[in-house]
Design a protein around this ligand. Structure first.
Ligand SMILES: [Zn+2]
Length: 677
């Protein structure tokens, strides 16, 4: 989903075009729905297998009635089941065609069905409910939520009466009884009856259109692939249809339809132009199918909505978008968002977040897909332009952890789970490399296709694909708050030819101390060179032995890390005084043994560790308490192969009982040495 709040930058850019401005600053009569309602989960003793909904939309007013048939598999012996509904009046409820008792708990948005007998695990049953919507007692804005209906000409831009559903995260229960939680996916049939002249779109394939004797039409839709309730949709108006085709990359002779619904004046008009806006959709499907695996559903398409309180919503196989996205003047500005909703068909719809705590698995992935679309279609420069636009340190939500926004008092959909989470995926890609990154996406897809996944499921795929433990990465970037804030200073020792970069992580102490590889680019008169360091402490010195002082340096020149460079003295903020000096090893380069020497200025706990070029520890030379003094430690490299190694000295305050791994009071220095055999 893309929420209007996330579109602020777009608004600024398109304001001058005059057409768009009003669409995103809604007029007074439209109120942003509130999202304070909670998802009342129940102890679940069943699994929904299939929803069959017959929905009747009057279209001349907001009335909506339905016959819902829910096929349920009992998973634990039980004599009742509890489902969700809100604002629905039941006129009958039957279990296997027999009237059954039920209790409605409106304040908890749920109802309990008392089964006619005790059902055992693995038995199935049908719950049939006839109902109509009556939201008058709920005090919702204009009785709209879940199902939205607007009259033609109520606003000069409403061309025809329009009715559509919008459910994410918790509003499907406002238009159909269901188990309204993303963890339980089922198949569905949605049959929509509307007056003659109206079109009604929904999920999956259009199986039939029936002309009824009472001047109504019934559109019969069927989605045979599992779908979460928040992804089910009905979109109805006097629409015209514009079809495109996508030739499957896995089988070009198989093409699937892209069915787009819009008002007649919008299809190729001078103000709104869907044909133009959707031009690149088949190409987007081609690109995403190439990098994420084949498009996982049997059709795609868009339904254009206005008024619409959101930007876009990735309903399975039929994305709903705001009319503003097909504005002629804004083209091709909304391509990124059109790509975002399309990417959700993989990340959100094929693999669904199991809980809304894991919403970043939907939104961060869809946002990063925009970045990938830019890169694949237009190149690195275009990609980096978008990445740059998506770096939003001033956004308050970025100060929080990405995981579980609502438990931190955040609205579920903020830039934190979109752009910041997209950045986390970009960092992961830089960390593991392209080949493994795209393997991770493919393995994640294959393992959880047509099902659901949690953050831990994704981390498990990352670890198993790379054969490494990346929990530390997710602990800091997904479960931890904030982002990396760096301050740095440089100095050059003419005698020792040492260039020293002191880097401080100056983010709030309640945020993680980040461990990240960071490229440093050194510019010399006739050349430049990039060296990757592993930053992992609140204050850290990196020493490079250069014959000449570099003219300048650039931290993270290719923008691989989500970091903010702060201009401030390194040592003041952290009140840090380094209590040792680490000398260049001697001899260097060396053949099999070398001496590593350091001055320790105060009694400290000391660690001296040797790393290989990839930053992996190869040997710990010291890990003990030492009194102040001069030390010379022998490093025997007989069992190591030729190459570049680093040695790093860390000290911790002398009263440290237990060695802190990431204390802000410790300090470290690192040097390079060369082994030649
Ligand atoms: Zn989204």
């Amino acid at each position: 989903m893309i929420n209007k709040n996330l579109l602020s930058i777009v608004i600024i850019i398109v304001l001058s075009t005059n057409v768009m401005s009003q669409d995103f600053f809604e007029k007074g009569q439209y109120i942003q729905p509130n999202f304070l309602d909670k998802n009342y989960l129940v102890d679940k003793n069943f699994d929904v297998l299939h929803y069959k909904l017959d929905a009747f939309l009057a279209m001349e007013d907001s009335s909506f009635s339905g016959d819902m048939n829910i096929k349920v598999l009992i998973t634990q012996q039980s004599d009742s089941i509890t489902l969700n509904a809100l604002g629905l009046v039941f006129t009958s409820l039957k279990v296997n065609d027999i009237d059954a008792n039920y209790n409605m708990y409106s304040s908890q948005e749920k109802f309990t069905v008392f089964l006619p007998r005790t059902y055992n695990a693995s038995e199935t049953l049908d719950v049939k409910i006839s109902y109509y919507r009556d939201l008058t007692t709920l005090n919702l804005p204009y009785n709209k939520k879940g199902y939205y209906w607007f009259r033609k000409n109520l606003d000069s831009k409403i061309e025809e009466n329009i009715g559509y559903t919008m459910s994410e995260p918790y509003d499907a229960r406002l238009w159909m009884p269901c188990f309204d939680d993303p963890s339980d996916k089922a198949t569905c049939e949605i049959n929509v009856t509307v007056p003659d002249g109206y079109q009604a779109g929904s999920n999956g394939l259009l199986i039939d259109v029936i002309q009824n004797p009472n001047n109504t039409l019934t559109y019969k839709w069927r989605e045979d692939l599992p779908i979460a309730t928040y992804l089910m949709v009905i979109s109805a108006s006097r629409y015209s249809i514009y079809k495109q085709y996508y030739k499957r990359v896995s089988n070009p002779s198989d093409s699937i339809e892209i069915v787009n619904y819009m008002w007649q004046v919008d299809s190729a008009g001078s103000t709104w132009n869907a044909v133009q806006a959707f031009t690149r959709v088949p190409y987007m499907m081609e690109i995403f199918s190439t990098i994420f695996g084949e498009y996982p559903f049997v059709k795609y398409g868009h339904a254009v909505a206005y008024p619409f309180y959101y930007g876009g919503m990735e309903h399975q196989t039929l994305t709903t978008i705001h009319r503003g996205w097909i504005s002629v003047n804004a083209y091709p500005f909304y391509d990124d968002y059109i790509a975002h909703e399309l990417a959700h068909q993989w990340w959100g719809n094929l693999v669904t977040c199991r809980t809304f705590k894991d919403i970043w698995l939907n939104e961060g992935f869809a946002t990063y897909s925009e970045i990938l679309w830019r890169e694949m279609a237009f190149g690195i420069q275009s990609r980096d332009e978008l990445l740059n636009r998506y770096t939003r340190f001033s956004d308050q939500s970025w100060q929080y952890a990405i995981y579980d926004p609502e438990s931190q008092g955040l609205y579920l959909f903020t830039s934190n789970v979109y752009q910041k989470a997209g950045w986390v995926l970009h960092m992961l890609r830089n960390l593991v490399g392209d080949s493994l990154f795209f393997d991770i996406l493919m393995n994640y897809r294959n393992l959880h296709a047509y099902g659901t996944a949690t953050t831990e499921d994704f981390i498990n795929v990352v670890n198993s694909t790379t054969q490494k433990d990346y929990n530390w990465f997710f602990n800091q970037w997904i479960y931890g708050r904030g982002w990396l804030k760096l301050a740095y200073e440089t100095s050059y020792d003419e005698n020792l030819k040492d260039f020293i970069i002191s880097i401080a992580q100056v983010q709030d102490n309640s945020w993680p101390t980040y461990k990240m590889p960071i490229d440093i680019k050194f510019y010399f008169t006739n050349k430049d060179t990039i060296i990757t360091i592993w930053d992992s402490l609140r204050v850290q010195n990196f020493v490079f032995n250069f014959q000449n002082r570099p003219d300048s340096i650039k931290i993270d020149p290719d923008k691989k890390v989500l970091k903010q460079i702060i201009s401030q003295p390194v040592l003041v903020e952290n009140n840090h005084i380094q209590n040792f000096y680490l000398y260049q090893n001697y001899p260097n380069p060396f053949n099999s043994t070398t001496e590593i020497r350091f001055d320790l200025l105060s009694n400290s706990y000391v660690k001296l560790i040797v790393y290989n070029l990839l930053g992996s520890e190869v040997q710990t030379l010291l890990d003990e308490y030492k009194p102040a003094g001069f030390y010379s430690i022998k490093f025997n490299a007989e069992k190591f192969s030729t190459g570049v190694y680093y040695y790093r000295l860390l000290t911790f305050p002398k009263d440290t009982k237990k060695l802190p791994i990431q204390s802000k009071d410790n300090s470290a220095q690192i040097r390079k040495m060369i082994l030649i055999k």
